[in-house]
Design a protein around this ligand. Structure first.
Ligand code: 5GP
Ligand code: ZN
Length: 112
């Protein structure tokens, strides 16, 4: 999608601090990190919100990619959180779905 920030990041039109990429997904550090480790995993296919998603394998791959990276980065055993925000009440600000992965500190619950 031409006017989407994360599509532009995938295309390399906007720089990002990339962690991982394959044919389906792209992972990169969040520019506004809310924890010592905070990265995003996104599908290469533009999907605006999780309400529009219908590919279970692709959505599952986002989570498994996050856990794989958390293990590789060395904070999986201590623990982490994966979360996807949806629409206004969910706090979504970028309308290309993205899984947040946060770790490296004790996270509180519930989120605000
Ligand atoms: P949301 O609020 O939609 O769940 O999360 C959007 C996330 O994208 C935020 O955590 C924000 O810091 C991050 N973000 C917004 N713009 C950019 C950008 O240009 N580059 C990177 N790396 N992250 C961004
Ligand atoms: Zn997009």
């Amino acid at each position: 999608m031409s006017d989407c920030l994360f599509c532009k990041i995938i295309a390399g039109e906007i720089p990002s601090n990339k962690i991982f990429e394959d044919e389906d997904v792209y992972a990169f550090h969040d520019i506004g990190a809310q924890a010592p480790h905070h990265f995003l995993v996104i599908p290469k296919q533009h999907i605006a919100t999780i309400n529009e998603a219908d590919d279970a394998a692709l959505i599952g791959k986002l989570t498994l990619t996050a856990s794989k990276i958390a293990k590789e980065m060395g904070f999986a055993e201590e623990g982490y959180r994966v979360v996807m925000n949806c629409n206004e009440d969910g706090g979504q600000t970028v309308y290309h779905i993205h899984l947040h992965c946060l770790g490296g500190r004790a996270l509180t619950w519930p989120p605000g």
